[in-house]
Design a protein. Structure first.
Length: 95
């Protein structure tokens, strides 16, 4: 299932995947171009638990979503995070 979820921000539509990459890049202090779907969040990108919490908090605030902490704990790859964020956006849109 390839869902292209959109997030509304400041009057313009942005791709949720790009927003995830931007936020992760900012927290990790790396270029967004270094972040791709197959990368392991912890092993390849070096994200620690505090950075993960910070990233999730920013995503929730900026996208107006709530991410289930139990599901977030199971995120291994960037693609896993994309899917979790997209599902959260769709859940908010459905309510």
């Amino acid at each position: 299932m390839d869902v292209k979820a959109q997030a509304h921000q400041g009057g313009s539509q942005i791709d949720a995947r790009e927003k995830v990459k931007q936020i992760m890049a900012g927290v990790l202090r790396i270029s967004a171009s270094e972040i791709s779907g197959e990368k392991l969040v912890r092993d390849d990108l070096g994200m620690d638990s505090m950075q993960a919490i910070e990233s999730l908090a920013i995503l929730e605030k900026e996208l107006g979503i709530i991410i289930d902490p139990e599901k977030a704990f199971d995120v291994a790859t960037v693609d896993d995070l994309f899917k979790l964020v997209e599902a959260s956006i769709l859940q908010v849109a459905a309510n």
